[in-house]
Ligand binder design. Structure first.
Ligand code: SF4
Length: 147
């Protein structure tokens, strides 16, 4: 069975900045076809739950208090990449719009809800290492033969 990385919050793990999960049943159902490897770059980078939310600004992860958490974000992304290599994952299903997991679209750093083009820090590192990224709204693409 092929292994794929999945954002842990999409599987029901309460690892989000607000201490909650964001389970998506279509993502959880992938366990019937794939071995799911849960990852959370923010936790794996050493950040607590709950935590003050970050957004990406000028390539840095900065929280709502103006504190730079880029080092933790990068450390967590590297640990996720480590697991991708260990389990031979070439695909990941990551939470949309997150400053770590977002793919193609993220918040603009102003904490105003505005979206811009871009990737979260973990998604960017995985992509740079040849891993295909989907978000929770693209499960049909995975099941449609993309994997
Ligand atoms: Fe979910 Fe990714 Fe944020 Fe962790 S870093 S809570 S897996 S979106």
């Amino acid at each position: 069975m092929k292994s794929i990385l999945v954002s842990a919050c999409l599987l029901g793990v309460s690892c989000r900045y607000d201490g909650k999960a964001k389970p998506v049943k279509e993502v959880i159902a992938l366990k019937g076809k794939y071995k799911l490897i849960p990852v959370c770059a923010e936790i794996m980078g050493g950040l607590p739950t709950p935590r003050i939310p970050c957004e990406i600004k000028n390539g840095r992860a900065v929280n709502q208090n103006g504190e730079d958490k880029t080092a933790e974000y990068v450390r967590g992304a590297e640990e996720v990449l480590r697991l991708a290599r260990l389990f031979g994952c070439d695909t990941a299903v990551l939470k949309a719009r997150s400053p770590s997991c977002g793919n193609g679209e993220i918040y603009d750093g102003s904490f105003s809800g505005r979206l811009i083009s871009g990737d979260g820090i973990c998604a960017e590192l995985l992509k740079a290492n040849g891993i295909k990224i989907f978000n929770e709204t693209q499960i049909s693409e995975i099941l449609g033969g993309e994997l």
